[in-house]
Ligand binder design. Structure first.
Ligand SMILES: [Fe+2]
Ligand SMILES: [Fe+2]
Length: 294
């Protein structure tokens, strides 16, 4: 295991490199020409609406972070404000523009409401012992979110290739997809460093396990309606068929850091349950409102 000092430096170097290698995507580089607009719209309407909203709401996530972790470190702030947020905001711009080209309704994103839950956690985070627990949960959420995004974009990219929509695939979806693994690596490195440095005592790790298992949700899903919407992404991208495989991938960092002592817990049951429930909710809604379930 590396010393904490070396890990700090490694995380710092990673953030610097990400900023240098991945400037925010230039909107002018995106080519929205399509062979069959209707086919792309039919295939991805709900998926794009969901992904565009989540990418755009990064603006709110930055506000939430300031409330959630009042004592965040320089490197956390540099990553969030100077690297992650500018990149993600452009992902939102690209997807929102694509939604417009497809003739779909404008994306409804909440850019500035910091939820009472975040405010409560932020108040608790003023206590140093809880700050570190919340920091770990923030990293784990980030890792799961970024892996989810990569999996979704990989699936979209493969479908667009099959459909012969090469311009859209290369200049929009693949361009975004290329930036997500660096974000994942930041959260994975940060979570791993926090746990391996021994900064968290057994009761803090126990609390982190408890809170994580009670609060886990699919990426970008706040409330029942959005959880159902997230099910549309799973179902329409065909991810449901190998859900256990995908959830194992999405939850790998927390499986290793929080649940290593539980042999065989390759897929945390709370994570699998959350994704399965989202898919089921979407199917239920589709049965009730077939017109919305294209
Ligand atoms: Fe993104
Ligand atoms: Fe990302």
């Amino acid at each position: 295991m590396s010393t904490p000092r070396a890990d700090d430096q490694r995380i710092r170097d990673h953030v610097t490199r990400l900023g240098e290698l991945h400037p925010p995507i230039d909107p002018a580089s995106a080519d929205y020409s399509m062979r069959d607009v209707a086919a792309v719209r039919d295939r991805f309407a709900d998926v794009l609406a969901y992904m565009a909203r989540v990418e755009m709401e990064v603006e709110r996530n930055v506000l939430e972070l300031a409330v959630l972790l009042p004592g965040s470190s320089d490197v956390d702030r540099t990553f969030a404000n100077d690297v992650w947020s500018p990149q993600e905001e452009r992902h939102g711009v690209l997807l929102d523009t694509l939604v417009g080209h497809l003739g779909l309704p404008p994306v409804q994103a909440d850019l500035d409401t910091v939820s009472p839950k975040v405010r409560l956690l932020g108040a608790l985070a003023h206590l140093p012992a809880l700050h570190e627990v919340i920091r770990l949960l923030y990293y784990l959420t980030g890792a799961a979110t970024e892996r989810s995004a990569t999996i979704a974009y990989q699936s979209m990219s493969a479908s667009l290739a099959e459909m012969g929509e090469h311009a859209l695939r290369e200049t929009v979806v693949d361009a975004i997809k290329a930036q997500e693994p660096g974000h994942f690596a930041f959260y994975r490195l940060s979570a791993t460093h926090l746990v391996q440095s021994g900064a968290l005592s057994p009761w803090q790790l126990h609390l982190a396990r408890f809170l994580r298992s009670r609060t886990f949700g699919p990426v970008g899903a706040n409330g029942a309606e959005q959880r159902t919407d997230s099910g549309a992404v799973l179902v329409q991208l065909g991810l449901e068929d190998r859900i256990e495989h995908h959830v194992r991938d999405i939850a790998r960092v927390e499986s290793q850091l929080l649940w290593a002592q539980r042999e065989g817990m390759a897929v945390p049951p709370y994570a699998l349950r959350a994704f399965r429930e989202a898919a089921e909710r979407y199917r239920e809604r589709a049965t009730r409102q077939p017109a919305l379930a294209a």
